[in-house]
Design a protein around this ligand. Structure first.
Ligand code: SF4
Ligand code: SF4
Length: 153
């Protein structure tokens, strides 16, 4: 009975199409759940390095002074840890594998230089923050000395 079953299975496999695909010649079928490759929205990334610290395979390297974020897609094991811990939601796991390559390589993202508008917006935000801190400190000092800040303004 066992050998009959085995022969039947062998004959079936002999005349059926292979279940494996000839990647990359044959395009793989991705689903929304496929863990493919990690990409970084570098404009959102703040180069904090948390993803690098969490990566179990040392696939990510962050260099804040140089403004770069690197990933070795051939070292990545698609564990999703970096995507989960990123405080800015800059990382996404694409449902598509790293394109086939003849040589291993590292993918580098470089933080773009801020535009004049972004610099101006940051300076305005910093100024407003400094003014708020100064106002809060003045109020605290006045409360400590019993002086009425509103009356003195
Ligand atoms: S954790 Fe997120 S914000 Fe921090 S370096 Fe990684 S990708 Fe950038
Ligand atoms: S998915 Fe996992 S292995 Fe791949 S880069 Fe992120 S933390 Fe590292």
């Amino acid at each position: 009975m066992g050998s009959f079953h085995l022969t039947k299975m062998s004959m079936k496999n002999l005349f059926s199409k292979p279940v494996t695909k000839l990647y990359p010649t044959e395009a793989p079928v991705y689903t929304p759940m496929t863990k493919g490759r990690v990409i970084n929205d570098i404009k959102t990334c703040i180069l904090c390095g948390i993803c690098q610290g969490k990566c179990p395979s040392d696939a990510i390297s962050v260099d804040k002074p140089a403004g770069t974020w690197e990933i070795n897609p051939f070292a990545c094991v698609q564990c999703y840890s970096c995507v989960r811990v990123c405080p800015k939601d800059a990382l996404t796991m694409l449902a598509g594998y790293t394109p086939a390559a003849t040589q291993k390589h590292v993918h580098v993202e470089k933080k773009p230089e801020p535009t004049p508008e972004e610099i101006a917006a940051k300076e305005a935000a910093d100024k407003e923050k400094a003014e708020r801190i100064a106002a809060a400190q003045a109020k605290k000092t006045a409360q400590g000395t019993g002086k009425d800040v509103a009356a003195s303004e």
